[in-house]
Design a protein around this ligand. Structure first.
Ligand code: AMP
Ligand code: MG
Length: 344
């Protein structure tokens, strides 16, 4: 396996691997993706195999300019007002961490979309990703480059640790800037729905196209077994993104009132919450991490998975995590933490 920093040479080599049906892990602004040529069903089958990902979980199709949208989606099936909304979203939020669920173009093989008539399409805001996609033939099917259900990779090292040896190449582009996956927005139905909270806050979408619904209710009782009975987006699985240590989520008031556990790790959203917790303790020797000293939500999201990767390797019994404020990217952070806290 090749493990190379992003450069014109490594990008050309990576694109050639994709054209030949191989798999390349590459950086994006959200998390690292595990890419295959989106038109090659045998290559896509390998993605499912390597990730041990259930075949019912569709991949996101990555493009490198809006012109390629019609190669991957069938826009003629959209109503006029939906098409207007699509262009508003694409003009304002692409390239960026937003995947749009659209009727799929027949050229995209069914295995990529898990048999769905729709495909989630994204134009990433990452120069290396864009170059790789355009050099490789225009469309790359790529889920996150991690084993199914585990923490998403925000550094090339995370990919190497969990998937190294099983794929053809890892392109190292440093740390992912956003650090949580894209927002998945379904615009095919009567009402527009967020299927997964992610790097594009709901508020930014609503500014452009008005109110959108949460397609996911935390109270829904589902699991991998009954997916076919109406789960709109498999990223909605209750248990997902899990570290190898038990994790529980709390408000800061709750964490302060809990009995202190010496062998636990404490993950705070911001420095002032951590200081409030520390001042309520007489003595402590706990492992403490803070996502953003000043409580900056982008910094916190960028560090979320990285910090969980670090903590899962530590000698600790469990992780107590503080929830973020719910606005903006905080919704995506809390979504990941909450799912990480649920046992599958
Ligand atoms: P990943 O790239 O690993 O974060 O996973 C991609 C996620 O995108 C899936 O788990 C789904 O939640 C979502 N997704 C992809 N394609 C579709 C689609 N056609 N309809 C609804 N959700 C989709
Ligand atoms: Mg994933």
């Amino acid at each position: 396996m090749n493990y190379l920093p992003v450069s014109p040479d490594s990008l050309t080599q990576a694109a050639q691997i994709l054209r030949n049906g191989g798999l390349v892990a590459f950086p994006t602004e959200t998390v690292y993706g595990l890419g295959a040529d989106a038109y090659n069903s045998a290559a896509i089958a390998k993605v499912f195999e390597v990730k041990e990902r259930p075949r019912f979980d569709p991949l996101i199709i990555h493009i490198s300019n809006v012109k390629t949208l019609e190669e991957t989606a069938d826009l003629s099936l959209l109503r006029e007002d939906t098409r207007r909304k699509l262009f508003l979203l694409a003009e304002n939020l692409w390239p960026g961490p937003l995947s749009l669920v659209l009727p799929k173009n027949k050229k995209i093989p069914e295995i990529a979309t898990a048999g769905l008539e729709t495909a989630a399409i994204r134009f990433p805001a990452h120069k290396a990703a864009q170059t790789l996609i355009s050099l490789s033939g225009g469309a790359v099917a790529a889920p996150s480059a991690n084993p199914f259900g585990s923490l998403s990779p925000t550094r090339a090292e995370h990919v190497r640790d969990k998937l190294g040896g099983k794929i053809d190449m890892i392109l190292d582009g440093g740390q992912s800037q956003i650090g949580v996956e894209s927002t998945v927005l379904d615009i095919t139905g009567k009402s527009i729905k967020i299927l997964r909270h992610g790097g594009t806050p709901k508020e930014e979408i609503e500014k452009l196209i008005g109110g959108v619904e949460d397609g996911f209710s935390k109270d829904q009782d589902f699991n991998g077994q009954n997916l076919s009975s109406g789960l709109a987006s498999p990223g909605q699985l209750k248990s997902h993104y899990s570290p190898q240590k038990p994790l529980s989520v709390f408000s800061i008031e709750e964490i302060i009132s809990l009995p202190f556990e010496t062998d636990a790790a404490y993950l705070f959203f911001d420095g002032s919450a951590r200081d409030a917790w520390l001042s309520a303790r007489e003595r402590n020797s706990a492992l403490i991490r803070t996502l953003s000293e000043k409580g900056l939500v982008l910094e916190a999201s960028a560090r979320l998975f990285e910090t969980l990767h670090e903590l899962e390797k530590c000698q600790i019994s469990r992780i107590f995590a503080q929830l973020a404020p719910f606005a903006g990217l905080g919704a995506a952070i809390n979504d990941r933490l909450t799912r990480a806290s649920i046992k599958s």
